[in-house]
Design a protein around this ligand. Structure first.
Ligand code: ASP
Length: 348
């Protein structure tokens, strides 16, 4: 069912239509039931197999909106996508718009979509819209959401109002900014939210509307494809954490750390000296595990509170959660940013 990876395939349509380049990475939107288990797995379930070209051709209305060229970049569950894959994807996207594409659509799995979209957003340095979309249900499930999501994503990708907004995420007719969106439900078709903000727009009867324009913090980062990317650990803190995991980070091949503290950014007092030692080895960021709101800066003064941790050299991640802050630190280290520049980047 799949076409060979890396080969662009274009439908034959009038040239007056806008041009969209679609990059397909796999995920549920492209998944079909297996007849036998994959190598190394005992399970038979669904797995990505439908090509990007087949996804587009299965929605005839798309051909009335745009000429869509498809490139099969990967055919994987989204947890297999790597930051290196995304650097390579951004190069392909740049080539596409520099050769005339009016907009970009990326299809992938929902599990890590918020990460891919955010990382690409940090790097995207062109005005053309980039729309990530996906599906919570496979093409053969009752109520499959992939076809409608794909159509809406293409409609959004050719919308002039979507230019200069960075990367957008379009599912369930809602339009989210990549910086804020997250998957907030494991199975519900309405799984995507932008906590504290909501979507920035919507698609109704095929008409995309942008109601709010997101603030993009700072200039796009410059990290070229093929760059050796650092390892950044993400450690979530919980009740009674005794610091063993954090201590182990110091002896791993890790160049940065994000600590997702409780509440406004707090850890048990016993962990504070461990973090002080880690700060001497690598940049350590402090995020909140709450999932919305900012890391605090000047409220709690007890050991392990945010004032204490900042004094020990941790940098707050502002409104970025640990998952996004981890990718931001990967790119910031790869781009060679110094501490003040990193601090500015963490301010939305
Ligand atoms: N497990 C799938 C993936 O992320 C889920 C999805 O696509 O919705 O690849």
């Amino acid at each position: 069912m799949s076409e060979p990876t890396g080969t662009p395939v274009t439908n034959l349509l009038p040239t007056a239509l806008p041009q969209v380049s679609l990059f397909a990475l796999g995920g549920t939107i492209a998944s079909v039931p297996q007849t036998s288990p994959d190598e190394g797995s005992a399970a038979v379930g669904v797995r990505p197999a439908v090509s990007g070209r087949e996804l587009v051709d299965a929605v005839p209305l798309i051909a009335q909106v745009a000429r869509v060229e498809t490139t099969q970049v990967l055919q994987v569950p989204s947890v297999e996508i790597t930051p290196g894959d995304l650097l390579a994807l951004v190069e392909l996207m740049r080539d596409a718009v520099d050769s005339g594409a009016d907009g970009i659509v990326v299809t992938q799995g929902t599990d890590t979509l918020e990460e891919s979209a955010f990382m690409v957003d940090l790097l995207w340095d062109r005005p053309q819209p980039v729309i990530f979309t996906a599906a919570m249900r496979t093409p053969s499930s009752p109520g499959a959401d992939g076809p409608a999501n794909l159509l809406a994503a293409v409609q959004l990708a050719v919308t002039p109002e979507a230019r200069d907004l960075g990367v957008l995420v379009c599912l369930g007719d809602a339009v989210h900014a990549a910086r804020h969106v997250r998957k907030a439900h494991s199975s519900n078709p309405a799984a995507f939210e932008s906590p504290g903000l909501g979507p920035i727009g919507w698609v109704t009867e095929g008409r995309p509307r942008i109601a709010l324009r997101p603030v993009r913090g700072g200039a796009p980062l410059r990290v070229i494809a093929g760059t050796d990317l650092p390892n950044v650990a993400l450690v979530r803190i919980g009740l009674g954490d005794d610091g063993q995991l954090l201590q182990a980070v110091g002896s791993l091949d890790v160049q940065g750390l994000v600590v997702e503290g409780v509440g406004g950014g707090h850890v048990p007092r016993a962990l504070a000296p461990v973090l002080s030692r880690l700060v001497e080895q690598m940049p350590v960021l402090l995020a909140s595990r709450t999932g919305a709101g900012e890391v605090l800066t000047q409220t709690y003064g007890y050991p392990g509170g945010e004032i204490d941790l900042r004094a020990r050299g941790l940098l707050g991640t502002g409104a970025y959660d640990g998952t996004k802050a981890r990718l931001l630190l990967v790119l910031a280290l790869a781009a060679g940013l110094d501490r003040p520049a990193l601090d500015r980047l963490l301010t939305l």
